[in-house]
Design a protein around this ligand. Structure first.
Ligand code: GLN
Length: 511
């Protein structure tokens, strides 16, 4: 794996000028105006040219990708009926196990880890004919909101490279925004798909908890983690989700409910859509003014289209951040106890002159203090503290009770409305370095996203405009459990009616 192969490609970006959407590429493959090999080479050439500026993709094997694309071309030439994602390149967050190459989680702990198996969703992508092309950057073990906690260094926002692309799935969002990958797979424990999507001006979906198997998704917070997708359009998200969702007996929390063909379901414009505007989110004092204006304009758009707008309160939303930042670290501290230097991954030497610990204990201690970065260590400490005998009831158990109340708020809201509308983040992308030394400031950025994870409901972020200085602004839609069809239909409707899909940022427009 490495980023080094000279590629020549005769096509210009304009060839795919409906924002390199999967749908457009699919049609071009179907009508034979381009081969899958040419598409793979095209994206490889773009990665080679542009990735250094944003550090979105951290590993790629172009030879394997191009061979797989050629195989799809052969099947096409033989007249085979091909699956939904045949020949479409998709990059994958480096927290999902792939047999090909390493799966690092952005951590020194797993820097050399080679998974002996593919994650369930990776197998689903292969079965759907997708060309898995590149692993994307992330905060270490998905803890963070800026990719600044990655051993690979931060990814940069393609709209302004002094700013963050968000996180933890920031590499995926940046890769899609810059046109290096037409779609990407990320994971979302507290906003890691929606926040970077919003910062980079692309669409991102966090499905219902359990809709997509977690088998082969390296665990952060097991009751919150879910994999989802990034793309330029909601239509493309529907295409990818249809392929990756569904039951998997290897994940006991994976839902058995049948998977609709989301791409088909969203074709019909929603009828009598009731949209709840989350009062606490729109009236939040910290909300950026330009973002508030753009959200009001989106509400007006929906009104014009005939949706009814309802004022909704989620009274416990102010407890979302403290609740999440107890539950997620508790689960993380338990999940990450497996990295002890003995089973797999990085191992440090014991201190030769240790007197206070046995050599084995000293090895554990050194491995964990050298193998994990500062933020991961902080979360492990927070989690073990909140789970310890004297504090369990006061913190962890209390947080679980508040989580229940947060879910009840959503249940009550969804008796009145079909989807909830609000901001994805309080502000557009912040500057790299601006918050990394103040963890609490960074945690507060997750104010609007963590509720959906605590409640287990699906949520979507879509671009709704830009600030006057050119930074993307995002809107969040949330829906009841397993109502991805409604959620995607509401987002698709908006994109179709407004025609608003951000272009590739100017610095990345050249092929
Ligand atoms: N920013 C949040 C955190 O650091 C969410 C991360 C995520 O969704 N993986 O926990």
């Amino acid at each position: 794996m490495g980023l080094s192969r000279a590629a020549t490609f005769p096509y210009s970006l304009n060839m795919f000028d409906s924002r390199l959407s999967l749908q457009t590429l699919r049609e071009s493959i179907a009508n034979r105006s381009i081969s899958c090999r040419e598409i793979a080479e095209f994206f490889w050439a773009r990665i080679e040219k542009h990735n250094a500026a944003i550090n979105a993709i951290v590993a790629i094997d172009p030879e394997i990708a191009i061979e797989s694309a050629k195989d799809i071309d052969r099947r096409l030439a033989n007249g085979e009926a091909l699956p939904a994602l045949a020949g479409l390149p998709i990059s994958i967050k480096d927290i999902l196990c792939t047999r090909q190459g390493t799966t690092t989680c952005g951590s020194k702990m797993l820097a050399k880890y080679q998974s002996p198996f593919d994650a369930h969703l990776v197998i689903r992508l292969y079965d759907s004919g997708a060309i898995v092309m590149g692993k994307t950057n992330l905060d270490e073990f998905a803890m963070g909101g800026s990719t600044e906690n990655s051993i690979f260094g931060p990814s940069r926002n393609p709209w302004d490279n002094s700013r963050t692309c968000g996180g933890s799935s920031g590499g995926s969002a940046a890769a899609v925004a810059a046109g290096l990958s037409p779609a990407s797979i990320g994971t979302d424990t507290g906003g890691s798909i929606r926040q970077p999507a919003s910062f980079c001006g692309v669409c991102g979906i966090k499905p219902t908890y359990g809709r997509v198997s977690r088998y082969g998704l390296i665990a952060y917070g097991s009751s919150l983690d879910v994999a989802g997708a990034f793309a330029h359009t909601v239509e493309d998200l529907a295409l990818v989700l249809t392929s990756i969702a569904g039951h998997d007996p290897r994940d006991s929390t994976c839902l058995p409910d049948p998977v609709p063909n989301y791409a088909e379901e969203i074709r019909q414009a929603p009828k009598n859509l009731r949209i709840g505007v989350v009062r606490e989110h729109l009236e939040d004092n910290g909300l950026d003014n330009e973002l508030r204006e753009a959200l009001h304009a989106s509400i007006e758009t929906y009104k014009r289209l005939g949706a009814s707008i309802v004022d909704i309160s989620l009274p416990h939303s102010k407890y979302c951040i403290p609740t999440y930042y107890i539950i997620a670290p508790c689960e993380a501290s338990s999940n990450l106890s497996r990295y002890d230097g003995a089973h797999y991954g990085f191992r440090a030497e014991p201190d030769p002159k240790t007197t206070s610990a046995s050599p084995l204990e000293s090895m554990y201690e050194n491995t964990r203090s050298q193998g994990f970065g500062a933020e991961v260590r902080r979360r492990i400490l927070l989690g073990t503290y909140a789970l310890s005998a004297g504090y369990y009831d006061a913190y962890y158990l209390k947080a679980l009770k508040v989580r229940r109340l947060i879910r009840k708020d959503y249940d009550a809201a969804f008796e009145k409305v079909d989807v909830l509308l609000g901001p994805t983040t309080p502000r557009p992308a912040f500057r790299l370095g601006e918050k990394i030394n103040d963890p609490v400031q960074l945690y507060l950025e997750d104010l609007f996203t963590v509720g959906a994870n605590l409640a287990g409901i699906p949520a979507l972020s879509i671009p709704i405009g830009q600030t006057r200085s050119g930074l993307p602004l995002g809107m969040q839609l949330q829906a009841p459990p397993l109502r991805e069809s409604t959620l995607l239909a509401a987002g698709h409707w908006y994109q179709q009616q407004t025609g608003y899909v951000p272009s590739i940022p100017p610095a990345f427009a050249a092929s």
